[in-house]
Design a protein around this ligand. Structure first.
Ligand code: FMN
Length: 459
């Protein structure tokens, strides 16, 4: 059987996720993000298109680096206003049966004990369809709103994240035995106390005795997503991630990062093929090339460079308004997203002036892979990119909502299915089983989270 392409729909509980300025397009419904039906309709559309998951990004701060002010981001709706993504999941789960939900949550500001319960709750409510995009956050405004004077240093954030996950694994994997809940009416025992264990975690950043508050859910540990390709980011992904969101300015670098993560994963004793690699994808498809071009022209006219610059400022830490246009942008150590800081500097095939970078930000392909054309032409591109880079799938961005996703479901999915490179029906089971095969309901052997099972045996 040909290798199937996996698809996540990349979304955010906000107006301006990535296509800044396009909220002005008459067919764009992003202002309906506050309406639960926007999300339940979207989930049903994605399930009709046999997507693996809805991947909900999230930030807990304001983009206020560009021009030293929040005003450009506020004016352009750059990931503000923004609501909590986790609260959308139960409603979408009720109207779907197979679609996964990967939600973003930061390990830097809120402690692990409550988050572990939140994720167990979602795994119960979705019948084993939840994933967690583990981020460490990158906005100084978030740090200040969580009581810190400065952002936690970049590498320190990953150090905290490693311990954070250890606490969560202990709670999810080791605190409750599979047969702890007995519901023995005769003896009046709901749960056998001998099968619920303290975790007694005492680390540098967290002290959590346990036990976990939730009974075991189908997956126990949610499917672990990660985004971030710095050295520390890739090392973290190699240790924990089951789905990695890679972004790079070339397919060659994408391939190298994917190989690097798989090699590091093997050194951790993991199965390298138990990691699915994704990259961002934009698609403008039409029944004819002219229709696709018309959409491209409409979107390109509305793209806001100010919005892109405000987003880039928070992502990279570089305020491009502070440079002369003829200055070359050089890589400077950043505590923000180092992948973003490297995009136009050390990861760029050529040195770029700030003027050249700002000009390129005015293009719809600024954020990476963009396929434009008929369903056949788009499918050709996707097949070629997967073959060249060795990745497993894409996080599909959108220009207009839900039009971009509807076009992909109605026009591109049938073409991919015809070529035998996309599922025609959902495989049974949990989110993790759909990604990694029947029977892989929980973390597979070799994943570091499995070492914390049968905690009682070790305490
Ligand atoms: C493609 C991509 C998407 C990301 N999405 C988010 C997000 O939604 N929320 C967030 O707080 N951080 C996000 N990040 C930042 C990283 O997850 C993480 O916070 C890390 O600090 C930055 O990664 P890096 O420095 O290893 O590149 C993203 C990073 C990348 C590369």
């Amino acid at each position: 059987m040909k290798k199937h392409i996996h698809m996540n729909a990349f979304e955010m509980n906000t107006v301006g996720h990535l296509s800044h300025g396009l909220w002005r397009h008459p067919e764009n419904n992003r202002h309906r993000y506050k309406d639960l039906r926007y999300w339940t309709e979207l989930a049903q559309l994605l399930e009709q298109g046999k997507f693996d998951a809805l991947f909900l990004a999230d930030v807990v701060g304001v983009y206020d680096i560009y021009k030293g002010s929040k005003d450009p981001a506020v004016r352009e709706a750059v990931q503000l206003p923004i609501n909590d993504p986790l609260l959308l999941v139960p409603a979408m789960a009720v109207v779907t049966e197979h679609l996964g939900f990967a939600v973003t949550f930061s390990t830097t500001y809120e402690p692990p004990f409550a988050h572990a319960r939140r994720m167990s709750t979602l795994d119960h409510l979705t019948n084993g369809r939840v994933g967690w995009n583990v981020v460490t956050s990158h906005l100084p405004s978030a740090a200040k709103n969580f009581g810190l004077d400065h952002m936690v240093k970049h590498d320190k954030r990953y150090e905290i994240a490693n311990e954070y996950l250890e606490v969560c694994y202990k709670l999810w994997e080791g605190s409750w035995d599979d047969d702890a809940v007995v519901r023995d009416v005769e003896r009046g025992i709901y749960t056998d106390p001998n099968k619920v264990h303290y975790i007694h975690h005492e680390g540098e950043h967290f002290k959590v005795p346990g036990p976990h508050l939730s009974e075991p859910s189908l997956q126990r540990t949610p499917v672990i997503y990660q985004a971030g390709s710095s050295d520390r980011g890739r090392a973290f992904a190699a240790k924990h991630a089951e789905c990695v969101f890679l972004e790079a300015p070339s397919l060659e670098l994408l391939k190298r990062h994917a190989q690097d993560i798989r090699e590091k994963a093997a050194q951790y004793g993991r199965q390298p093929d138990h990691i699915k690699m994704f990259t961002g994808l934009s698609v403008i498809v039409g029944r004819t090339r002219e229709e696709a071009q018309r959409k491209y022209d409409e979107y390109a006219k509305l793209l806001s460079v100010e919005g892109v610059l405000a987003h880039y400022g928070g992502g990279s830490g570089y305020d491009l308004s502070a440079y002369r246009k003829d200055e070359y942008l050089e890589y400077a150590e950043s505590d923000h997203i180092q992948t973003d800081a490297a995009r136009y500097t050390k990861h760029s095939p050529t040195r770029k002036t700030v003027g050249q970078i700002v000009e390129s930000m005015g293009s719809l392909s600024a954020r990476g892979l963009l396929a434009i054309g008929t369903p056949e032409e788009v499918a050709d591109q996707l097949e070629s990119w997967v073959e060249q880079s060795g990745i497993d799938g894409f996080n599909l961005r959108q220009f207009v909502s839900p039009g971009t996703f509807r076009d992909f479901v109605e026009l591109v999915v049938p073409e991919l299915q015809k070529r035998g490179i996309y599922r025609e029906h959902y495989e049974p089971g949990t989110f993790r089983e759909r990604l990694f095969g029947q029977g892989v309901r929980k973390l597979p052997d070799g994943h570091p989270g499995t070492q914390f099972r049968q905690l009682a045996a070790r305490i």
